[in-house]
Design a protein around this ligand. Structure first.
Ligand code: NAP
Length: 257
């Protein structure tokens, strides 16, 4: 594979690390997020190692922007890896009306834009000899999440969609991988106002580099689902061994402040 790799959410955190890994492999990169200055700085850093690097800023809160991004990215380019990584969360009570704007944005970015990019990417990749789609879900996708109810629900959607479409595509040249990190040291927690939650007191977040390396390797191997880290694997398995009310209760405790 030596086509183009499109990475969403490439201005921060995991997206930057995915871009560094892809650059190390000499791939051609399309970097997108809203923060054009950060994307340009990353592009400058990567140009020595990567093939070509193109920056296309886009606000994935708008469906039309996701569509424009795909058109601009894929015109005259063979995209063979899509990293659907952009995402955000919102902490607090679902009943608190003040959270709605950010919750709605997380639905638009985590679900709607991700789905559209995937829907555009599949026929494009099938027409160009194949490809890999990585959807960044979360261990949050395995359980309901009181105090982050909408975020957990968006990631359950990403996980379910990824596995279902991977099955539809079975045996073909395009594969879909759901990458499910647990707590990872990025700007995510600041952005979602999550400092002081139980989860962050329980254990140190994994490094963004380590999580990205695991997710990237699993995607190239066409694995369907990868959960990063042993504790996160155990957490993801817990709904199989305990009643749903108990899993939801525990998730609420560790997501609470
Ligand atoms: N950190 C964790 O503990 C953790 C755990 C599990 C899963 N995840 C998932 O991992 C993915 C990456 O998160 P991260 O931890 O790297 O978080 P991050 O450091 O906050 O980065 C989020 C990225 O998403 C982009 N983004 C946010 N809103 C956007 C919008 N409206 N339009 C376009 N891009 C937007 C941001 O870019 P701009 O602000 O420049 O637009 C940024 O590049 C997310 O899907 C997240 O849900 C994270």
């Amino acid at each position: 594979m030596n086509g183009w790799t499109l990475i969403t959410g490439a201005s921060e955190g995991l997206g930057v690390e995915f871009a560094r890994i892809a650059a190390r492999e000499g791939r051609n990169l399309i970097l997108t997020a809203r923060s054009e200055d950060k994307l340009n700085a990353l592009a400058d850093e990567l140009r020595d190692s990567a093939g070509e690097v193109v920056v296309i800023p886009a606000d994935l809160n708008q469906l039309s922007e996701a569509d424009r991004l795909w058109q601009a990215a894929s015109e005259a380019r063979d995209i063979d890896i899509l990293v659907n990584n952009a995402g955000l969360g919102s902490h607090g009570d679902f009943a608190d009306g003040q959270n709605w704007t950010r919750e709605l944005t997380s639905i638009n970015v985590n679900i709607t834009a991700l789905s559209l990019l995937m829907k555009r990417a599949i026929p494009h990749m099938q027409g160009h000899g194949g490809g890999r789609i990585m959807n960044v879900a979360s261990v949050a996708g395995f359980t309901p999440g009181p105090n982050m109810a909408v975020y957990h629900a968006t990631k359950a959607y990403v996980l379910s969609l990824s596995e279902a479409v991977a099955e539809e595509l079975r045996g073909g040249a395009v594969t879909v991988t759901a990458v499910c990190p647990g707590a990872t040291a990025t700007a995510f927690f600041d952005a979602a106002d999550m400092h002081g939650i139980g989860l962050l007191k329980l254990r140190k977040p994994m490094t963004a580099r380590g999580v990205a390396e695991t997710g990237w390797a699993a995607t190239l191997k066409s694995r369907r689902v990868v959960v990063t880290g042993l504790m996160n694997k155990l957490f993801a398995l817990s709904p199989r061994f305990s009643p749903r009310w108990l899993t939801t209760f525990v998730a609420g405790k560790i997501m609470g402040k």
